[in-house]
Design a protein around this ligand. Structure first.
Ligand SMILES: Cc1ncc(COP(=O)(O)O)c(C=O)c1O
Length: 451
């Protein structure tokens, strides 16, 4: 019997690599992919997945990998958690689709009530369910404009909000995500995030007063943008794709004060940082802010497509029929999300905080050993290792990062990149200290093997 919220122990040794990588069956599938599948999705490693359970991903040749990627921070309760599978199966047997735009069904309301209950926002709240992070971001942008009657929306350099036009216009993570797709949504502006390891205004975190926000206050608001025309500022409480960057502790409170001063809505994009990953259900709880909207996706459904916008009651006021979604809040995805929330609140959020502290401590030890490691940072199980060619100049080391990712894969560890030179560690929240020890041993060997 499993000891909830944790799934049963994996019945076998892991990681375990038994063939050269890719193995014969993997090679065959990759060749088929190359003939027919759209080739926009370049991959760092040739992994072809057959099945996955808990912390373990098994490929089509029977190799077993320890998963510190979790489908980009999504499989929060581990792969195929029995409670999540049961909830999905039961719901699929009752109702798969009917469309909440036209009819009511209980599991949609159950999930909205639960999200409204747990969201760390003062006052009454309302929830709209969508399918992906990008769709939720689009929803929040539309709502901000229609509610305030203002057009401008401010985002941050390094941010990732998705790949649809509105969300892509806010995304400022890598030029390749925008190249060739313009023109973008008008009235979207970007300003500096408090990325202290590479401070945009050359301050030291110990003595700075979050001067990075001055691009917004001193430059934009004094010269080009009337703050009275800004509908919303959208911010990741911990920047994800940009490099797993927890901001300076004063950054979010100051940003909130600025928004309040000018009647600007503050939107927290918790798509990657939310759902317990940082050791609190919402990363913004570490910073004590009270936003006007929260956007959730990824970890909320343990891998089923579902996302949400939670807004203050006073903010979520649409023109009737002004917004909808055919699949948003699909019953099966709602059931998966409700089971996920029960498991997260039943102990996995606490586990993320506890095991995350162990992971950071071990990585700080690794940093003493490998000069390539410029910075180790993170909260809970949202941890980044930034690689540099030289610790004094902090020159990014993307080539070496790729080597560490490939070398870890060959040793049975799945990890992903983010930012220009960072490795992200975002395992399922069921990870144990023993899983962390295995992962860090593999990383140690992978760093040692960099040429
Ligand atoms: C913070 C953040 N917002 C939005 C998105 C977009 O989510 P999706 O890929 O589900 O559209 C992502 C995806 O990585 C993200 O990290």
């Amino acid at each position: 019997m499993a000891r909830l919220p944790f799934p049963p122990d994996y019945p076998g040794e892991y990681p375990k690599i038994a063939t050269p990588l890719p193995g014969p069956k993997a090679k065959e599938l990759i060749a088929r992919d190359a003939r027919t599948v759209s080739q926009n999705l370049s991959k760092d490693v040739p992994l072809v997945v057959a099945r996955a359970q808990g912390m373990v991903v098994e490929d089509v040749d029977g190799n077993r990998f320890l998963d510190f990627a979790a489908g980009i921070s999504t499989v929060s309760t581990g792969h195929c958690h029995p409670e999540v599978v049961k909830a999905i199966q039961e719901q699929a047997g009752k109702l798969i689709h009917i469309c909440y735009t036209d009819f009511f069904y209980p599991v949609y309301v159950d999930l909205c009530e639960e999200l409204a209950r747990i969201a760390p926002m003062s006052g009454g709240k309302r929830v709209f369910l969508t399918n992906s992070g990008a769709e939720a971001v689009e929803t929040a942008m539309k709502l901000a404009r229609v509610r305030t009657g203002r057009q401008k929306i401010v985002g941050f350099y390094g941010a990732f909000h998705g790949r649809t036009f509105g969300a892509m216009s806010l995304t400022a993570s890598k030029p390749v995500q925008r190249r060739g797709y313009g023109p973008f949504l008008p009235e979207v502006e970007h300003t500096h995030y408090a990325y202290c390891y590479r401070c945009p205004v050359n301050r030291k975190p110990e003595s700075c007063a979050v001067e990075c926000l001055e691009l917004l206050t001193e430059s934009y608001f004094h010269h080009t943008i009337d703050p009275q025309e800004v509908a919303a500022v959208i911010v990741e409480p911990v920047q994800g794709e940009g490099g797993f960057i927890p901001p300076h502790p004063e950054f979010l409170p100051k940003l909130q004060a600025l928004c309040r001063q000018h009647g600007i809505l503050l939107i927290a994009d918790e798509v990657q940082s939310g759902m317990g990953r940082t050791g609190k259900m919402f990363a913004l709880e570490h910073y004590g802010i009270d936003p006007d909207m929260i956007i959730l996706a990824k970890g909320i459904g343990s891998g089923m497509p579902i996302s949400a916008v939670i807004a203050r009651d006073s903010v979520m006021k649409w023109n009737d029929g002004g917004h909808g979604s055919t699949f948003g809040g699909n019953p099966v995805s709602c059931a998966s999300a409700l089971a996920t929330l029960r498991l997260l609140q039943g102990g996995l959020v606490d586990n993320a905080g506890k095991v995350g502290r162990h992971l950071i401590e071990k990585l700080k030890g690794l940093q003493q050993k490998h000069r390539l490691i410029g910075d180790v940072r993170g909260i809970g199980l949202m941890v980044g290792i930034e690689l540099v060619k030289d610790r004094a100049t902090r020159e990014p080391a993307p080539h070496e990062r790729h080597q560490v990712i490939v070398s870890s894969f060959e040793r049975g560890l799945l990890i992903l990149p983010c930012g220009s030179s960072t490795i992200r560690l975002s395992p399922p929240l069921i990870a144990s200290a023993a899983d962390v020890d295995k992962a860090v041993d593999i990383l140690d060997a992978a760093f040692a093997a960099v040429r």
